[in-house]
Design a protein around this ligand. Structure first.
Ligand SMILES: Nc1ncnc2c1ncn2[C@@H]1O[C@H](COP(=O)(O)OP(=O)(O)O)[C@@H](O)[C@H]1O
Ligand SMILES: Cc1ncc(COP(=O)(O)OP(=O)(O)O)c(N)n1
Length: 271
């Protein structure tokens, strides 16, 4: 069985963060493990409070997993502070972690800051160079590059700038543009558009977490990067199309709408 680790924050309503990641791993036939960085008090209407975990327990969670288990891919989500970023960086390097997907979670859809302002540069400096891919949404790509993004051309320019920070591959997600939901993938040589029809729904809680953890699960299962990205895009599309009307706000993506069987392999656990 291929294994995937998520290092991220807990979302009490289960739509984003660690909970979304673990559901995605299961639905894609990989064995999921988690290292919790912070606990959020959150529901479909917003994030209301956060407690960061202390770095010592974060370090122990990571190190004891690597001491015992082969880990085929890692997804990194909410990392909150400079100290947490540094300890994650140290542990991933020390343990020779592979297939690292960094989702640079900064602000929730409801506007709550999940990354401290002063920790932004540390995230770029410490975790970006370790990543196989970084997956910013439009707002995050704007914060990273300092440039406004309003169309595909500007998404491509942002992808190049982010690649130039020392990132191997970049996917700038277009979920927050109007029109079709097109993401721009750049690997340092060429661009690829990951295309999806925009689904008219308010229930998009956890889309970014679901997408990045799908890429990690598929990398763990041995897909090439390009194939993993394309299949992850199909997966998130289905998960949004069948998203759930739970709660009074922005409902979550649905991982079990129809066990995803693309290529006849997904959801059949790998050897
Ligand atoms: N309404 C939608 N219809 C189809 N795809 C969407 C929609 N909203 C987001 N996506 C896709 O979901 C993935 C996550 O993107 P996005 O929502 O922008 O991330 P985040 O949750 O980090 O803001 C991307 O592949 C994006 O294109
Ligand atoms: C604990 C936690 N981590 C990440 C997020 C952000 O999730 P994301 O999928 O990027 O988008 P929204 O859920 O904010 O729509 C979160 N909310 N909580």
């Amino acid at each position: 069985m291929r294994t995937v680790l998520t290092i991220a924050g807990s979302d009490s309503c289960g739509g984003a963060g660690i909970q979304a990641d673990l559901k995605t791993f299961s639905a894609l036939g990989a064995y999921g493990m988690s290292v919790i960085t912070a606990i959020t008090a959150q529901n479909t209407m917003g994030v209301f409070d956060v407690r960061e975990l202390d770095v010592d327990i974060i370090k122990k969670q990571i190190d004891y997993l690597y001491e015992d288990i082969r880990i085929d891919a890692v997804k990194v989500g909410m990392v909150s502070s400079i100290e947490i970023i540094d300890v994650i960086g140290e542990c991933l390097k020390k343990n020779n972690a592979v297939n690292i997907v960094v989702d640079p979670v900064m602000v929730s859809k409801s506007g709550y800051h999940l990354l401290r302002e002063e920790a932004k540069d540390e995230l770029f400096k410490v975790l970006f160079p370790l990543a196989e891919v970084v997956t910013p949404n439009l707002f995050e790509a704007e914060l990273i590059t300092g440039a406004k993004i309003e169309n595909l051309e500007q998404m491509k320019e942002a992808a190049v700038k982010i690649h130039n920070l020392g990132v191997r591959k970049v996917i700038v997600k277009g979920g927050h543009l109007t029109g079709d939901a097109v993401d721009v993938l750049y690997d340092g040589e060429s661009f690829e558009y990951l295309t999806g029809t925009r689904i008219e729904t308010k229930n998009t809680h956890g889309t970014g977490c679901t997408f990045s953890s799908a890429i990690a699960a598929l990398l763990a299962r041995g897909y090439t990067f390009q194939k993993a990205a394309r299949l992850a895009k199909e997966y998130i599309n289905g998960a949004i199309e069948h998203s759930l009307e739970i709660g009074h706000g922005v409902g979550p993506t649905n991982h079990f709408w129809n066990l995803f069987k693309k290529d006849g392999c997904i959801n059949e656990p790998s050897e």
